[in-house]
Design a protein around this ligand. Structure first.
Ligand code: HPA
Length: 247
């Protein structure tokens, strides 16, 4: 069953008349919100609002472990994570949708593993390719089916937030190879890997990262909100196409 983790501004992605809410408690605490179960394109689909109902949780306060655990518990077999990002690479223009292929993690102080030694076993996961290749392919194909141009590839830098970056930090991220920057991709992606849940990111670029383009001297936060609104319908079409394909 496909699970969608909704990010900023995409809470009301679908009108889901048949939706049911499932409250799931986990050994790691409560997820950000009840999980919504509803049919999308005839397929039962799970939804989780990453920032909580009413967008109350900042990126560093999200209980990523509870979120991923709860989705697994609810029957998820794949996770598509929606996320707004800042654009660093020249082709990551505000308004563009991207399916990144790599991650750089600059977050700190977040509970980032299920394997924290409590069961007295040290476990490592392979994370060479942080996103699931076939889920990425399915997303890209779904986008192509509905004629949505999507950037295939991107290096997602996860920053701590909730503040945006300085211009110098963005220069450093660019030197590191980052093309997109967001605040929630980690540890979400690695926790999915630890529970063997295929995970892919569908990112929408909502601003030029700090110091770049029209964010040269400041990031216009009101413009971000407007860009998100413009992306929602396109993201919705891609998700509809993905959910509707026979799984
Ligand atoms: N930086 C970090 N996270 C973001 C940004 C950004 O510029 N835009 C949207 N999420």
């Amino acid at each position: 069953m496909l699970a969608i983790i909704g990010g900023s501004g995409v809470g009301q992605l679908f009108d889901l008349p048949d939706r049911r809410r499932r409250i799931i408690r986990t050994p790691y605490g409560d997820p950000s919100a009840p999980i919504v179960v509803a049919s999308v394109a005839g397929q039962k689909t799970l939804f989780l609002a990453r920032h909580g109902s009413g967008h109350v949780l900042p990126p560093h306060r999200i209980n990523y472990r509870a979120n991923i655990y709860a989705l697994k518990e609810a029957g998820a077999t794949a996770i598509v994570a929606l996320a707004s990002v800042g654009g660093i690479a020249p082709d990551a223009v505000p308004g563009v949708i991207a399916v990144p292929h790599q991650i750089l993690d600059y977050t700190h102080g977040r509970e980032a593993t299920f394997f924290d030694g409590a069961d007295r076993v040290v476990r490592h996961v392979d994370f060479t390719e942080p996103y699931d290749a076939s889920l990425r392919r399915r997303l890209l194909d779904a986008a192509a089916t509905v004629g949505e141009a999507v950037l295939d590839r991107g290096v997602y830098a996860a920053t701590q937030g909730p503040r945006l970056e300085t211009a110098a930090e963005i220069i450093r991220l660019r030197q590191d190879g980052a093309t997109l920057v967001g605040m929630t991709g980690m540890p979400e992606a690695v926790l999915a890997r630890e529970l063997e849940l295929p995970y892919a990111h569908l990112c929408f670029v909502v601003n030029w990262a700090a110091g770049l383009g029209d964010s040269a001297s400041a990031i216009d936060l009101a413009a971000i909100d407007r860009t998100i609104v413009g992306c929602v319908e396109r993201v919705r079409r891609v998700i509809l196409a993905l959910a509707g394909e026979s799984t």
